[in-house]
Design a binder for this molecule. Structure first.
Ligand SMILES: Cc1cc2nc3c(=O)[nH]c(=O)nc-3n(C[C@H](O)[C@H](O)[C@H](O)COP(=O)(O)O)c2cc1C
Length: 201
């Protein structure tokens, strides 16, 4: 790894550590201007407390991306999950808009209010996680890992098979995973069963 350039490391790692779920993150700045951007260096890291982690790079000019700046400023974000039919909209929000542009308005994205945090959530997302900043770890001059504690979870009724049992129709979500390089995604709707003997989970 040390002998490779940053772009070589990026290409090799992001082409093989797949599929990666996509966190479609909504944040707000001090003037309540909404920022929306996708991040595929993302996953669930635990459930007591419930935490998710996101890897955020700096912009090419070295400055923090708006998502990081907003989370650092007020500690709030909503992580929305991305269906395969939302991929077009999601990629539009990855454009580098200036901080004073409401990216939901600019890309025609419909938002709906959150309950426990100020940033709204994405109306079309089947699942949204309202999060409070747990910790931020700088892991290099131009990248950080942000850990968010999930305070509230929204899941659209039609995907919740049994609310008492917390049983979700996961394949029906048809979430998109990020694959190799720009422009490649996978539909997460073809699970296969496998029950090894002695498995604990
Ligand atoms: C599918 C997808 C996944 C992405 N994943 C990441 C990521 O994990 N980390 C990152 O720093 N940027 C990632 N990006 C790029 C950011 O979305 C992009 O830099 C965006 O402009 C940041 O917006 P902001 O400045 O409003 O925060 C990704 C882009 C796409 C389309």
């Amino acid at each position: 790894m040390a002998a490779l350039s940053a772009i070589q490391r990026y290409k090799l790692l992001t082409s093989t550590v797949v599929p990666r779920p996509i966190a479609w993150i909504v944040t707000q700045d001090a003037q309540a201007i909404v920022n929306v951007a996708p991040f595929s260096c993302f996953n669930l890291m635990g459930y007591t407390p419930p935490v998710v982690a996101i890897g955020i790079q700096a912009q090419d000019n070295g400055e923090a991306k708006d998502t990081r700046a907003n989370i650092e400023a007020n500690g709030e974000m909503v992580v929305n999950l991305v269906t395969s039919s939302d991929v077009e909209q999601m990629t539009r929000t990855a454009a580098n808009f200036p901080p004073d542009v409401d990216e939901a308005e600019a890309t025609g994205l419909r938002l709906t209010p959150s309950i426990t945090v100020r940033p709204p959530r994405i109306a079309s997302a089947p699942v949204s996680l309202e999060c409070r900043l747990h910790s931020l770890l700088d892991v290099g001059p131009s990248q950080a890992i942000i850990i968010g504690e999930v305070l509230t979870m929204h899941i659209q009724d039609r995907y919740l098979l049994d609310s008492q049992e917390c049983l979700v129709d996961t394949p029906a979500l048809v979430l998109a995973g990020r694959m190799h390089g720009p422009g490649w995604y996978v539909r997460c709707d073809a699970p296969f069963p496998h029950q090894p003997t002695g498995a604990s989970r």
